[in-house]
Design a protein around this ligand. Structure first.
Ligand code: PXP
Length: 248
């Protein structure tokens, strides 16, 4: 079980703001440097097929200028596979970009897309890149990820973050069951999507989770408090929740 919960800071939406004007400001690589100072353990970036935020050049610069591990989020396409193999990120997280690749919760359909995904998991792994699959909290998806040979899964926390009251409690239970099941079958378990200050603690308290990947909220909060402050506060909440769960 991992004692320290890693924080991967997703910088995509710094690029979203930059691209709104088409210039060079704000620079996602500068954001990655600040994230490192503020306590991030890794940088996450999603090179989308339509390049709506992160660009190919951002990925090259992140590899060249940032010492933290890079988690490259990518669709399962030959174009992205070639870019990943050339950039050699520390990790690659395969995410759905097209409707037919998704489950109802929005995670990758690892069970339904087994045949398509197999080659990507194998080729990324053979290139020395640690592969994770972004899936919903379900046993079927976890079993499929394991059969595909992915060492890591990232559990989709979006439905939990959007729900309220009893529905949110049910989503949290579903995630907790999946996290335990995934760790029990030998997968390294990560989680992410939609997390903010008010939703992170119950997830961070799950001792089997090794890493959280968080982006949109941190970049949005930075508008009000600055990026270093927003990341440092997230880091503090994560550490506090992990500490309290260890004390129990
Ligand atoms: N993890 C994965 C696999 C994602 O695709 C995303 C969104 O790009 C995130 C985490 C971060 O989600 P958010 O930006 O909502 O924090």
């Amino acid at each position: 079980m991992s004692a320290k919960l890693r924080l991967g800071v997703n910088i995509d939406h710094v690029a979203t703001i930059r691209n709104a004007r088409g210039g060079a400001h704000p620079d996602p690589v500068r954001a990655a440097k600040l994230a490192a100072k503020a306590g991030a353990d890794g940088i996450t970036a999603h090179l989308r097929e339509d390049r709506r935020h992160i660009s190919d050049n951002d990925i090259k610069r992140l590899r060249a200028e940032i010492d933290l591990p890079l988690n490259f989020e990518m669709a399962a396409t030959d174009e992205m596979l070639a870019i990943a193999i050339a950039a050699k990120p520390n990790a690659a997280c395969i995410v759905p970009e097209k409707r037919e690749e998704r489950t109802t919760e929005g995670g990758l359909d690892a069970a339904g897309g087994h045949n398509h995904l197999k080659r990507y998991v194998a080729e990324l792994g053979a290139a020395g890149i640690r592969v994770s699959l972004f899936i919903e909290a379900s046993k079927a998806q976890l079993d499929a990820a394991r059969h595909l040979g992915a060492p890591v899964v990232e559990i989709h926390t979006g439905a939990y973050c959007e729900a309220t009251g009893a529905a949110q409690a049910r989503e949290l239970d579903r995630i907790r069951d999946a996290v335990r099941y995934g760790a029990g079958i030998g997968l390294e378990v990560h989680a992410g999507h939609g997390l903010g200050f008010d939703t992170v603690s119950p997830i961070a308290a799950m001792p089997e989770i090794a890493e959280l990947n968080i982006g949109h909220f941190l970049i949005g909060e930075a508008v009000f408090t600055g990026l270093e402050n927003s990341i440092a506060e997230m880091r503090r909440l994560m550490d506090e929740a992990r500490q309290e769960s260890g004390d129990q």
